[in-house]
Design a protein around this ligand. Structure first.
Ligand SMILES: Cc1cc2nc3c(=O)[nH]c(=O)nc-3n(C[C@H](O)[C@H](O)[C@H](O)COP(=O)(O)OP(=O)(O)OC[C@H]3O[C@@H](n4cnc5c(N)ncnc54)[C@H](O)[C@@H]3O)c2cc1C
Length: 400
């Protein structure tokens, strides 16, 4: 199924998914070319001024196990990068039980008795002390949750000596010619490589390949607010159905909206109001204090899969798969794998938490190393799962 490691790899897309894979491969000695269509990395979904690093857990289901594994891995990984306090602030996060459903969720998580280093149930009084402002709801406290600056992080990752970043390169086609992929922009051939990793989120469908990804564009807007004397007291990320970051350079990031209907790229006042509503459900005094302080915002598009897990791994030849569907008991080795073609997309709403973990997994796969991720979790990421399920191959859809 996999090929012997090549010395070069090309990655399409310079968001957090592409940059973390580039770094994981570069660390293994591969020479990596990262192709990005914008003038710099972290320009699209990965381009907000502050990104929150945290898990959302509801119990001990697969999604919660995955979220927690990603979170713990990312925290350790980020510590190895020696980022400045301007780029990474391990300030903690409070997830408030702000409505009956959320209260039930946080109480359920509390009963699982995770180590306090990871998550702890706190009363409203304890939450207020931790946050630095008065809060009226009990909460889950993730002591090591953080916000980070995506541009700094992506620059730090791509500064690796084995990575060459080529910006303003909009890939429009990938062709396989013998053992090499040829990568084209509208201007012509950009490069050739035996290993290609598709990490361009919603645009993965537009590379001239027959991919069956079942991903969806989800618009989101963050509102940027100027800090006040009161809001500067906020020490942790405060989360209801949205989040408020502690200030950085006298600015808070308040996010974020979700829409699959409105896909406009321009800022929308209603989205600001919706973000402020979330703040109100976390703290009315803070809402009153900040409601007239919106100074701007940013719109971008998440890429989400139907089951909300990312799509990470080697791709199958869908044309061959549909022309000659394998038997339900087929061995995975007999499937029509495309040697050298990998994908890492659909990080949804928490790419900064999931991307480092998925990048390490993908690099292990590409370099034929033992996979450190639990096999059941790795199976959830199978990038071919939707086509395999459609063909009735449910068991194969869950395999690594
Ligand atoms: C409003 C909002 C708030 C969010 N807040 C958080 C948060 O607080 N914490 C968190 O963890 N996550 C958050 N997310 C989610 C997070 O931003 C995403 O999960 C993550 O950025 C996805 O990274 P990516 O690299 O897959 O995609 P992207 O960052 O979109 O990267 C894809 C890259 O591919 C490039 N590209 C596309 N097509 C081509 C092509 N043909 N050729 C070359 N390059 C191409 C694009 O220019 C882009 O740079 C938020 C998302 C939104 C929308």
């Amino acid at each position: 199924m996999q090929q012997a490691p090549s010395k070069n790899a090309v990655i399409i897309g310079g968001g957090i998914a592409g940059c973390t894979v580039a770094y994981a491969l570069a660390n293994r000695g591969l020479s990596v070319t990262l192709l990005e269509r914008n003038a710099s990395t972290a320009s699209e979904a990965s381009g907000n001024p502050q990104a929150m690093l945290y898990p959302r857990i509801s119990g001990d289901d697969e999604a919660s196990q995955f979220a927690l594994a990603c979170y713990l891995y990312s925290l350790d990984f980020l510590k190895t990068l020696d980022l400045s306090p301007d780029a990474l602030d391990i300030c903690g996060m409070l997830q408030l039980g702000f409505n009956p459903r959320e209260l039930a969720r946080i109480q359920k998580v509390a009963k699982l008795n995770y180590p306090e280093e990871i998550v702890k149930y706190v009363t409203a009084d304890e939450a207020s002390t931790l946050a630095g402002i008065e809060l009226t709801q009990d909460a889950l406290y993730f002591k090591n949750a953080a916000w980070l600056n995506p541009q700094h992080l992506c620059q730090r990752l791509t500064a690796h000596k084995n990575i060459s970043t080529k910006t303003l390169n909009n890939v429009c086609n990938i062709l396989k010619n013998n053992n090499l992929f040829e990568i084209y922009s509208n201007e012509g051939l950009i490069g050739k490589s035996a290993i290609v990793i598709i990490a361009n989120a919603n645009e993965a469908q537009n590379l001239g390949l027959n991919l069956h990804l079942n991903t969806q564009k989800v618009r989101g807007q963050v509102s940027l607010l100027s800090a006040t004397e009161m809001s500067q007291q906020v020490k942790t990320i405060i989360c209801s159905d949205g989040y408020l970051s502690p200030e950085s350079h006298h600015q808070h990031c308040l996010g974020a909206t979700f829409s699959t209907q409105n896909l406009s790229g321009t800022l929308n006042k209603d989205d600001d109001l919706s973000n402020l509503d979330s703040l109100k459900s976390a703290s009315t005094p803070l809402f009153e204090n900040l409601k007239n302080n919106i100074t701007g915002g940013r719109v971008s598009f998440r890429c989400s899969s139907q089951d909300y897990f990312p799509l990470v791994g080697q791709l199958l030849d869908n044309t061959q798969l549909t022309l000659q569907p394998p038997r339900p008991n087929a061995k995975k080795e007999t499937l029509p794998w495309i040697n050298g073609l990998y994908i890492n997309v659909a990080h949804g709403s928490r790419g900064f938490t999931s991307a480092p973990f998925c990048a390490e997994f993908l690099a292990q796969m590409i370099c034929n190393e033992p996979i450190s991720m639990n096999a059941a979790l790795a199976g959830l990421l199978n990038p071919n799962r939707f086509i395999l399920r459609k063909l009735g191959l449910k068991k194969l859809a869950k395999m690594l």
